[in-house]
Design a protein around this ligand. Structure first.
Ligand SMILES: [Zn+2]
Length: 151
């Protein structure tokens, strides 16, 4: 039986015409990436939608994880960086500046406990996910765990 998440995932791929939502690559494996809105005053992150991403664009979205995988010898980080530069038509220095900004932002956001509002998509999440009224109280790390539990 197809899970509700699987149905949603397939709908997203169809919506993006089976292309990567960033670089528009076709004939590639796609991942369904969650889009979050971050309220940095109230520390509420809201799940607002999903985007189909190719493997390389997905690694660009999870640059911290990509770095860990690269250090474990499971990923060539140069390929990821070159993809970012190609898609954004930027220099290595510009990539490094962008990376520093998002890493600083990630560090800053990790100082707080975040409320995760997933109410819009609650029906699609695995029933094992623990929540109250569509809100998960926890840190960003917890959210990353939730994402990784989605098949
Ligand atoms: Zn892509």
């Amino acid at each position: 039986m197809k899970s509700k998440w699987d149905v949603l995932r397939r709908e997203v791929y169809k919506q993006y015409e089976y292309k990567c939502g960033v670089c528009e690559k076709t004939d590639t494996r796609l991942s369904c990436h969650e889009i979050w809105d971050y309220n940095d005053t109230e520390h509420i992150q809201t799940l607002t939608g999903f985007i189909a991403l190719c493997d390389l664009c997905h690694h660009c979205k999870h640059l911290g994880l990509a770095g860990i995988l690269a250090r474990q010898g499971k990923l060539d980080i140069e390929t990821v960086i070159n993809h970012y530069r190609e898609v954004n038509n930027c220099t290595l220095l510009e990539f490094q500046a962008d990376r520093d900004i998002v890493f600083r932002q990630w560090e800053e956001r990790n100082k707080y406990e975040w409320v995760c509002d997933i109410s819009k998509y609650i029906a699609y999440l695995p029933t094992t996910t623990k929540f109250t009224n569509g809100r998960i109280v926890g840190t960003r790390r917890l959210v990353d765990n939730i994402e990784s539990t989605l098949p």
